[in-house]
Design a protein around this ligand. Structure first.
Ligand SMILES: [Zn+2]
Length: 99
């Protein structure tokens, strides 16, 4: 399954969403992001922290419904890790994810 054409930041298209709506591949990746490359996962994690935790950008928002789905998935992961003790207060407010 490939993406239908949508703006691609790797081709110097204008700033764009991480995942688009009305694209079957983006729909799949929003539902199960385990196949995303590490660059996109890192960007999605950063955006999730901005939107869900209000980190660094209080006006951050998801740009598409699929971004919101992906962000909800990542936030659920974040909350689970936090419950397991993997995120302390400092991590909640700003330690960057490495790698
Ligand atoms: Zn797509």
């Amino acid at each position: 399954m490939s993406h239908r054409y949508h703006p691609d930041p790797d081709r110097n298209d204008p700033p764009t969403a991480l995942l688009w709506d009305d694209c079957e591949r983006c729909d799949e990746q929003a539902a199960d992001p385990r196949g995303l490359d590490h660059v996109k996962v890192a960007e999605a994690w950063r955006r999730m922290r901005q939107v869900e935790l209000h980190y660094a950008n209080r006006n951050a928002r998801y740009l598409t419904a699929n971004e919101r789905r992906l962000g909800s998935y990542l936030y659920a992961v974040y909350v689970l890790v936090e419950h397991l003790g993997g995120v302390d207060a400092r991590g909640r407010i700003g330690a960057e994810v490495s790698g």
